[in-house]
Design a protein around this ligand. Structure first.
Ligand code: KIV
Length: 262
């Protein structure tokens, strides 16, 4: 496959894809993966705090620090991708508008083209502070992994009942109205994800486990390529088994080793 050559994408150029062509987004946590995904033509590389599980070996994202995110964002930025680079604000780094702004600035300085944080109307002042500084922002609604412990350790589907649907629609409308350019919808029931996508005309919806009717889709790259074979979310069918390949190649190489002749 020949690498895709293209100019640097901007938040504006990606936003213009709404209703025109689907936006592809994948997570990247390191330099070579960022280069490969960029050469494949992916539009958005998200340095997600999912790195806590699939790279750092934590049970969930609640252990990830801003320093972890800065380290991996810099590695991705060194790939100088045409794709937009997104940086996740980890838990406890956006509790107030001042804290959110300071954390977002650090991610931007590390190379993020936009930042993402989890939540709706309850974090509007934080989002407004970030936007007022000229840093593009991506929302994250539905299942919020940073709140998994409050949810009893379960990743639950959102928008199943009318109260849940109303809450999602109101949160999405609030983000759309203040100038958030995109919003991840994670584990939102497909009809509600579709409704949000139709109603929020100024913002891209990027679904994960939320059905096909979003403006774009995002996956955790190791889930897509079978790079973390010990756990695969139910909504992902891996397209490769890179974990198996690594095991086989390493085992074959190990078995072929010989002692030096004496
Ligand atoms: O952290 C992450 O990788 C994410 C995606 C699952 C959207 O937030």
């Amino acid at each position: 496959m020949r690498p895709v050559q293209r100019p640097k994408l901007t938040v504006e150029s990606v936003l213009q894809m709404k209703t025109v062509s689907p936006v592809s987004a994948l997570t990247a946590y390191d330099h070579p993966t960022a280069r490969l995904l960029d050469e494949a033509g992916v539009h958005i590389l998200l340095v997600g705090d999912s790195l806590g599980m699939v790279v750092l070996g934590y049970p969930d994202t609640t252990h990830v620090t801003l320093d972890d995110m800065l380290h991996h964002t810099r590695a991705v930025a060194r790939a100088k991708p045409s794709a937009l680079i997104g940086g996740d604000l980890p838990i406890h780094t956006y509790r107030t508008p001042d804290e959110a702004l300071s954390s977002a600035r650090r991610l931007r300085d590390a190379g993020a083209d936009f930042v993402k944080a989890e939540g709706g109307r309850e974090i509007l002042p934080q989002i407004e502070a970030i936007l007022a500084d000229g840093i593009p922002f991506c929302g994250h609604l539905g299942m919020l992994p940073q709140h998994v412990l409050e949810e009893g350790g379960k990743y639950r589907i959102k928008g199943r009942d009318d109260a849940g649907r109303q809450q999602l629609l109101r949160d999405a409308a609030a983000l759309n109205s203040i100038g958030v350019f995109a919003c991840v919808l994670e584990l939102v029931t497909p009809p509600v994800a579709s409704e949000i996508t139709l109603q929020c005309s100024r913002m891209l919806t990027i679904g994960i486990g939320s059905g096909p009717d979003c403006d774009g889709q995002i996956l955790v790259t190791p889930d897509l390529v079978g790079g973390f074979p010990w756990f695969t979310p139910r909504f992902v069918v891996p397209r490769a088994r890179t974990g198996n390949t690594i095991r086989e190649v390493a085992a074959g190489w190990t078995q072929e080793l010989r002692l030096p002749s004496r």
